[in-house]
Design a protein around this ligand. Sequence first.
Ligand code: ADP
Length: 630
Amino acid sequence: MEQKQFQAESKRMLDLMIHSIYTHKEIFLRELISNASDAIDKLYFRSLTDDSVGKSRDDFYIELRPDKEKRTLTIIDNGIGMTAEELEQNLGVIAHSGSRAFKTENTLDENTDIIGQFGVGFYSAFMVAKRVTVRTKAFGSDTAYEWQSEGVDGYTIDTCTKSDCGTEIILELLDDTDDEKYSEFLEEFRIRQLIKKYSDYIRFPIRMEISREKLKEGSESEYETHIEVETLNSMTPMWKKNKNELTDEDYNNFYRDKFFDYSGAPLLHIHNRSEGTVTYNSLLYIPAKAPFDYYSKDYEKGLQLYASGVMIMEKCADLLPDHFSFVKGLVDSEDLSLNISREMLQHDRQLKLIAKSLEKSIKNELTKLLKTDREKYTEFWKAFGIQIKFGVYNEFGRNKELLQDLLMFHSSGCDDAEGFTTLSEYITRMREDQKYIYYAAGETVTRCASLPAAELVRDKGYEVLYLTDSVDEFAIQMLQKYQDKEFKNVSAGDLGLESEEDKTALEEKNAAAKDLFAAMQKALEGKVKTVRFSNRLKNHAVCLSSDGDLSLEMEKVLNTMPTGQKVQAERVLELNPDHPVLKTLERLQTEDPDKLAKYADLLYQQALLIEGMPIEDPVALSKMICDLMV
Ligand code: ADP
């Protein structure tokens, strides 16, 4: 028999398959089953207008036949089959769309990456088989043909006998090696697993003979083998069912099994069908807890992507924006046939449209949850709030408008320290004369609340947000305003609380203390930029604040980043003009300038402590205190 050569392009593809270092060799089954399903589709379609097909919808099936003795796995369909020419054309030449993606690639590594993401077609059989035999009979033809190949050397085509139309693909599996156990593809449990994973929603039954040991009738100890034909796939995808046919339990069970989250029911499911510019079904879930690796770089976001019920991608990252990376779920689109999907790199406009519409619907559902079930929303916020805040800050605030209404913070306006408020709730509680949305930043609510400046603002009857996550202030600064109200850090600059008279009075006091402050500033050279009085203080003698955009809290956060670069806010030492310590300072200014320098340092260190900032040299500080005591 004549040995025919593959076309150059096919040869390269084959070569790639045979030497594939790709770990997911298992996808060969998905590929062959999806070809079988396409072939059935074609004949079924024909049967609608052509009575001579003699089959109805229920007569079509795919069958899997593992044979451990022969080490073969056979995939059978009763679809449209292939003529000799089609065999030659389809399996001798790579004419299908997937090949185009390969043309531009050169190295094995780059290619294998594409294999991971897209369909690879019939030749993937060579990832697991040393010899592939295709026996096929086209609908309406009298002759059946057998195509056989052992890989790159070429293939043969001969006639054979086969009674019905359709195709049988016989894979003679490769020998097992230490690393690779090809015989697993003959195991019932493994086949079941693969069908569930990749082909569960193929619209025709995928059958397999299953042998079971059962008690012999009438006997209590004797067993006999029963052969039963079982359908391995569930055919109708859960997400294509009607919402009102499904219970919460259905949704929750599906979530648990599909996404292997056994930690408990998800917080929310979002089940949609969209028929706009792109048609798709989506079923999304918001987990109740963040996965253990969620806030690490190991976490991979993404949704499962299906094309008409066939899974083509396990984690499609492009479908989810980073700020919603916690969402799990899947998308199934009829607009992406398995073939088209292979070209998706070029056609990702549709994918982008889907992603945009998913983003919108996630946002809407979260907004709804916030309005209707505060407790649940709070649970969500505790698990994923940080991600939303990062979302506001990331990409130069590109998504801040989308996300700002989802934000929550602790606040002096909440009943307890654990409580949260949204920004719009804050706004509704704002006093008529209030210009700013005030916030204080610190590690804990208690810390924020005890900041002298926060106390002052509260005493004026204004609410103060307590920002306790390191990302908070960055997000707030990115927002700048909410509903036209500017944010104001209680520890920075002018709080907008003083009357004009107060301001003038303060300026006068500052002018009078000019020399004192100059002396103190000299003593604190390199530590603070300015020393001045402020109206920010009530009972305390000092506090530290900052001029400019970089606050002290932000300085702390930035300096813990692994970039190695250190930043320093423009520190200001603020003094309370009414505090008795002022008298002492004034006295020392003339009597004992050395001691004044020490006191200035002492006040500065106290301000650091109040602010929760590290003391540069605790030993020196302790010594200085003792010196002053004797
Ligand atoms: P693709 O499915 O992307 O077209 P494949 O390499 O998987 O690429 O298959 C090439 C072609 O071979 C298919 O388009 C189809 O025409 C034909 N083919 C493959 N499997 C079968 C089958 N089981 N029955 C009929 N035709 C098939």
